[in-house]
Design a protein around this ligand. Structure first.
Ligand SMILES: [Zn+2]
Length: 212
């Protein structure tokens, strides 16, 4: 049996200690990820809320959206900005040309789609949100023009979807909010044809205070 000299043992121990410190150093350098309550926000894989935080969501309106829709879109953005107390959603440019399928470009765009995926016929619109960590970097809104008629009239006719109400809901997603059960909330998943739900509810305002 080989005997280890005390000096060698000491060196071995020192090396172990050094390794231990290195491991500690690596752990300490990693940003600590703390899970958060949802507050009715979408959460990333580490259970943290995603939002625009202190950043601004700059929306561009694609040329597929007719100009008579612009007012309803602006009104929906103003509704959120008013309760947020600052301009979180800014409508940048209207009538932007470009590929309707170009959607992972860090540019937030609103599109009117004349074809819709057949598995989700009853979807009035869809908002896709991309984030890095907890910071949203792109929010795109697609409106389903194949299966729905949108109204921008002051009084929404029967069988039409009130565009302003729908935009308030979709912009809620665009700033990070998820669906809620409460049917007073603009984040309720169902909006009936002819129904108007343009005002942000107390519950929605309470959710916002967690992030904005
Ligand atoms: Zn929704």
């Amino acid at each position: 049996m080989k005997r280890t000299s005390p000096r060698r043992q000491q060196r071995y121990l020192l090396r172990l200690l050094a390794l231990g410190f290195m491991a500690l150093g690596i752990v300490a350098c990693q940003k600590q990820i703390v899970p958060e309550e949802s507050c009715n926000f979408v959460q990333n894989s580490a259970d943290q809320r995603v939002s625009w935080g202190a950043e601004t969501l700059d929306f561009y309106i694609h040329e597929s959206v007719p100009s008579e829709y612009y007012m309803a879109i602006h009104n929906a953005a103003d509704t959120w900005n008013e309760v947020l107390g600052r301009e979180v959603i800014r409508i940048e440019i209207e009538g932007v040309a470009g590929d309707i399928n170009d959607r992972r470009d860090n540019v937030s765009m609103i599109y009117l789609m004349d074809t819709w995926d057949n598995d989700n016929l009853r979807e009035q619109a869809r908002t896709s949100v991309r984030w890095r960590g907890t910071q949203i970097i792109e929010s795109d809104i697609l409106l389903n023009d194949q299966y729905f008629n949108f109204s921008v009239e002051p009084k929404t006719p029967l069988y039409y979807v009130d565009l302003e109400s729908l935009m308030v809901h979709e912009m809620g997603h665009a700033i990070g909010l998820a669906h809620v059960e409460d049917d007073q909330s603009v984040m309720h998943p169902q909006l009936a044809r002819g129904e108007e739900r343009r005002l942000v509810s107390d519950l929605d305002i309470e959710s916002l205070t967690c992030e904005y």
